[in-house]
Design a protein around this ligand. Structure first.
Ligand code: NAD
Length: 295
């Protein structure tokens, strides 16, 4: 069993850390939120006073932070943990961030002789809790084999997308499609309901027709259609509007870098951006249906 430093215990990181504990690993955890650290400490993890202290004796470092700026700060900026990571340790960043930031972190770690992966995830908070996440990995194949036992404790599917940064590119393509599908699903359900259709019946019809998709079938945005989704609990928990907006921004940046057009991705980015501006940034992204529904 290994000694793992886990940094970032939010909606995703906390259940992922729990699964590593359940698999028998020794965990030292750190988060800027003391409450998040407390709840893991209650489950048997050791709490560290800083990120640097957390990584000093760890064989493996796992981070799960909101965005590029946080990951940059942790590894290369203010918190600057790279010089403090133990020799020979393996580093796995699971945050969804810009490929360029993932590559910069991997290069700084490589300069110290440390192996690193970008390993963003798909599967949401339910997948994180159930240990069924999909890992989309960028980095060397041999490094992925070293990480496989830890990733397997937190997820079910592990894909090697390519070299450093490739995991982030694949993840951004997926999330751009998800953002578009959720906005489209919301629009279709709101239109049907405005014509008096029962949104549950409409969901059943579209779920067996050519409009079927993940947002409709597993994460339905219409309140009352499905249990155990954010729409059933006032859009709390889940995947925040601001995080989706961030991912669509990453997709737009990636499109500019490759001189590629993403018109629907850009439209979706603006929709989630306006929804955030109206005060909904902290709600789950399926709340994009709210401005479309009649009172
Ligand atoms: P979150 O905001 O719930 O959690 C982030 C945690 O990181 C918070 O507890 C915060 O206090 C902590 N943190 C921030 N900066 C820190 C720092 N410098 N040092 C230590 N701790 C720090 O976010 P989340 O929903 O857990 O998402 C994390 C990442 O996973 C994001 O990149 C997101 O895009 C991605 N993701 C989320 C979901 C989802 O359904 N929520 C699904 C797939 C991928």
């Amino acid at each position: 069993m290994s000694h793992i430093a886990f940094i970032g215990l939010g909606n995703m990181g906390a259940p992922m850390a729990h699964n590593l504990l359940k698999a028998g690993h020794e965990l030292t955890v750190f988060d800027l939120s003391a409450g998040a650290v407390q709840s893991l400490a209650g489950a048997g993890a050791r709490s560290a006073p800083s990120a640097r202290a957390a990584v000093e004796a760890a064989d493996v470092v796992v981070s799960m932070l909101p965005a590029s700026a946080h990951v940059h700060s942790l590894y290369l900026g203010q918190q600057g943990i790279v010089p403090h990571i133990a020799d020979g340790a393996l580093v796995v960043d699971c945050s969804t961030i810009a490929a360029a930031t993932a590559q910069a972190v991997a290069q700084a770690l490589a300069a110290r002789g440390l192996a690193a992966l970008d390993a963003p995830v798909s599967g949401g908070t339910a997948g994180a809790a159930a240990g069924t996440l999909t890992f989309i990995v960028g980095g060397e194949a041999a490094t992925l084999e070293r990480a496989r036992p830890y990733l397997s404790a937190m997820g079910k599917n592990i894909f090697h997308a390519g070299a450093s940064g490739a995991g982030q590119v694949a993840k951004i393509c997926n999330n751009m499609l998800l953002g578009i599908l959720m906005a489209g699903t919301a629009e279709a359900l709101a239109l049907g309901a405005a014509h008096g259709l029962d949104p549950k019946v409409l969901s059943d019809i579209m779920g067996k027709s050519s409009g079927r998709n993940w947002a409709l079938e597993l994460y339905n945005p219409y309140p009352g259609v499905m249990e155990n989704v954010p729409a059933a609990r006032g859009y709390s928990g889940g995947f925040g509007v601001d995080l989706m907006h961030k991912d669509l921004g990453l997709a737009a940046e990636a499109a500019i870098a490759a001189r590629c057009a993403v018109p629907l991705g850009e439209l979706a980015r603006n929709l989630y951006g306006m929804h955030s501006l109206s005060g909904s940034g902290g709600l789950d992204f399926s709340s994009i249906i709210q401005p479309l529904l009649r009172e």
